[in-house]
Design a binder for this molecule. Structure first.
Ligand code: MG
Length: 237
């Protein structure tokens, strides 16, 4: 009996790995444990403009916790503390190789694959944080704020800086652009990030959203797509 109790009083070790967030690299179907999630703010000029801000002089970086990640098909849950949650469709990058101070010329060698992600944002809470000079962790990192598709091998993408990127809500187009409009390109982002953070296998980068961000409400159906790369389908609740 004593053994029985002690077994159930301390959670078995395998539960820890069970709850770790993972993603897949296709078509090889290799599994990656998701490590850090870096996000880039205002990386499309037209989005910077609609946010009423200047184009940033260097990349704006924030992080999301891995607990925010959901797979396509899982519901986006609106937090009760917000009255204005926005969609932001983004090209995502999976890092496949560790690196620190990565030179521009070697940056693309660290990319394992590309995917599509949504950077769900409590816009009202983010505005409050901006005004107060406070971090964005709550407005950007809440549960279900990081829908993420599986990744497609980098070698299968001819030019990651020429990909169509789009999002519909209830079948109506809200965002449509091309990754060629990114201000800071992928190699620049990787080199910049690695000058501050050691990049590890399993790190993910959300590369920023184009214009057209807007509110979602309960019942909305979101479809995000980068043709040839990935697709996301989510309902909002
Ligand atoms: Mg974003």
């Amino acid at each position: 009996m004593i053994e029985f109790h002690s077994y159930f009083n301390s959670p078995p070790v395998f539960l820890y790995s069970f709850y770790m967030k993972t993603t897949k690299l296709l078509p090889v179907n290799k599994e990656f444990r998701i490590n850090n999630i870096f996000c880039v703010g205002k990386n499309y000029a037209d989005h910077a403009k609609e946010m009423g801000g200047e184009v940033p002089k260097e990349p704006i970086i924030f992080l999301k916790p891995t607990s925010a990640v959901i797979d396509s098909g899982q519901a986006i849950v609106l937090p009760k503390i917000s009255k204005n949650v926005h969609h932001e469709v983004e090209l995502t990058i999976l890092i496949g190789k560790r690196g620190k101070d990565i030179p521009l010329s070697e940056a693309m060698q660290h990319v394992a694959g590309y995917g599509v992600g949504l950077d769900m944002t409590m816009r009202d809470k983010q505005s409050e944080a901006k005004k107060g000079g406070n971090p964005w962790s709550i407005s950007k990192g809440f549960d279900t704020s990081a829908p993420l598709s599986p990744f497609i091998e980098a070698s299968m993408i001819t030019d990651p800086h020429n990909l169509e990127i789009r999002l519909t809500v209830n079948g109506k187009e809200r965002q449509r652009s091309n990754t060629k409009n990114m201000i800071y390109r992928i190699d620049v982002l990787i080199s910049f990030l690695s000058s501050i953070f050691t990049l590890e296998e399993g790190d993910i980068i959300y590369t920023g959203t184009p214009e057209g961000v807007a509110q979602v409400i309960a019942g909305d159906v979101l479809e995000a797509e980068i043709p040839g790369v990935g697709k996301l389908l989510h309902t909002v609740q």
